[in-house]
Design a protein around this ligand. Sequence first.
Ligand code: FES
Length: 274
Amino acid sequence: MLKDTHTAEIEAIRSRYADQRSAVLPLLYIAQDTYGYLSRDVIREVADILSMPYTDVFEVVSFYTLFYERPVGKWVIQVCDDVPCCYLGAEEVIAVIKQQLDISEEQITQDGMFTLQRVKCLAACDRAPVVQANLEYIYNVTPERVDTMLRELRARVESGEALSISGHAAEDYEFTANGTMRLIERRLGDIPGSATSGVQRREAHKINTQVQQSVAPEPAQAVAEQRIAAESPVAPSPDRSSAGAHPDLDNEDGSATPAHAAQQDAPRAEGESA
Ligand code: FES
């Protein structure tokens, strides 16, 4: 029972709120991480801890899509299939994941490792297509990168890493220019002199652009570029890496440069207004 295995944690959460009903979300996260999903019995257990009616807790669980009422895999892979991600290949990514895992949406792989879901905008459109795995963001996923992504996720389970299906330890990952996955270091803002200062990003982007100009774009990305060019008054940058990398994101040194930042940093022509 949660009240026996997580006594201190539950009491600490309850003590934060004047009304203990307010603790329902964090307690449900603990329950989901402990049991893997929120069955009727688990929902009832949380309701008992908080002295709430079962139906009140059930309504919360059924409202939020990140609470799972049925068993899911150790990794819940959610692929954004909203418009910007689809423009850049989300449907192709989903097709490759389904093929590699031999499952459809909402199914679990035979080894219990993965569940695949479609979701709407994950609010990271500038790094589309975006995949969320147990709330960890993985940016710029292409069909060619799916295999690496799945192998990395599987390896983390096999290494004995304690996963949080509710995303307690969620981080962000990107692909480097050589196709490996890398944890993105979190920073509070663009601090001058840091590895992500505007000047350094601009310099890294410039080098990256020179290196990548001689590389032909992938067919799928070339099509996406043509679509964007046809529908946007601003022409997209022409460079793409052969590994399907986003030109503004995968720099030669493997660092990330958001597209919007690169555009802001670009020198303006004389007389051009800001
Ligand atoms: S459309 Fe996919 S993150 Fe916004």
